[in-house]
Design a protein around this ligand. Structure first.
Ligand SMILES: O=C(O)c1cc(=O)[nH]c(=O)n1[C@@H]1O[C@H](COP(=O)(O)O)[C@@H](O)[C@H]1O
Length: 286
């Protein structure tokens, strides 16, 4: 039940989208090299065409689109304008938009980042945002609170897909828990009691192999698990069961370059996304 004062929580909206469209998330990452490969100029016109094409191809069929803010920010205010339009167009076509901004700062500044992405009055209002907890999980509180109010979601970096992440995330605290497991514990507490699923997600790379299981890290947080790393970073959908074990039903696998390299042809982009979606279905038994 929703009303103007209590919007439907992101977790419920995401679960429905995953049920209806499958769990795949496709990234919108306009790398300069991709613009070139698509026959586009590495400028604002190229950025606009690339972004519009991806939204046109996929926003009416994938559960989640994840624009990577950095590739828009590098063009300054005009890049941000393209991003604003992409967010609005993708949401209008039925995709949930996860803004990949990976923000993290002291709480008072975090409040401004939260307002940027999670306040419905903001031009960049999105369904969810990625955040970094490495100024301390508590520093994220303004985003966690605003998400609850606005029916949006927050994805917290826990075990990232890049090899460099281990020196921070696998570090063992005084109490014997790894830093990553501590972040997952916080998220599990945040999502406690939510049905069908909480709105607070973790980012856990599809590239991790059996690392989480080997460390005894419980990935089940009653919330979504964004799994980047499929495609260009070397992981495949077939890796998901080993990485996620019993939590595999909450996984939102992300592919960016693996799909985008098939553009600019709209049909080819759709085919590629459908192929990854099929591999995910097969791997997860959906
Ligand atoms: O938060 C993310 O999305 C993210 C977290 C992580 O651990 N690893 C990771 O690759 N990402 C993002 O996911 C996307 C992966 O892109 P591809 O490697 O091209 O599929 C990029 O936008 C990354 O910034």
């Amino acid at each position: 039940m929703t009303s103007a004062s209590s919007p439907e929580p992101f977790g419920a909206r995401l679960r429905r989208a995953m049920d209806e469209r499958g769990p795949l998330c496709v990234g919108i990452d306009p790398h300069a090299s991709l613009l070139t490969d698509w026959g586009l100029s590495d400028d604002i016109a190229g950025l606009e065409r690339f972004t519009h094409t991806v939204v046109e191809a996929l926003a009416d069929r994938v559960a989640v689109l994840k624009p990577q803010s950095a590739f828009f920010e590098r063009f300054g205010s005009r890049g941000i304008a393209v991003l604003e339009r992409a967010v609005a167009d993708a949401r209008a076509a039925g995709a949930l938009v996860l803004m990949d901004a990976k923000r993290g700062d002291i709480g008072s500044t975090m409040a401004a980042y939260a307002a940027t992405y999670l306040d419905p009055a903001s031009p960049l209002f999105s369904d969810a945002v990625t955040v970094s907890p490495y100024l301390g999980y508590g520093s994220l509180r303004p985003a966690l609170d605003l998400a609850r109010e606005s029916g949006t979601g927050v994805f917290v970096l826990a075990l990232t897909s890049n090899p460099e992440g281990a020196e921070v995330q696998h570090a063992v605290r005084g109490d014997g828990a790894t830093v990553a497991a501590t972040m997952l514990d916080h998220l599990r507490a945040e999502n406690a009691g939510a049905a069908p699923m909480g709105s607070y997600g973790a980012v856990v790379g599809a590239t991790l192999g059996g690392a989480a299981a080997a460390q005894g890290t419980d990935l089940a947080i009653n919330g979504p698990l964004l799994a980047p790393g499929i495609g260009a970073q070397g992981a495949t959908a077939a890796d998901l069961p080993r990485v996620f074990g019993a939590a595999a039903g909450d996984v939102v696998p992300n592919v960016s370059r693996g799909v985008l390299r098939h553009g600019p042809d709209v049909a080819a982009l759709r085919e590629s996304a459908e192929r990854f979606a099929g591999e995910v279905r097969e791997a997860l038994g959906g």
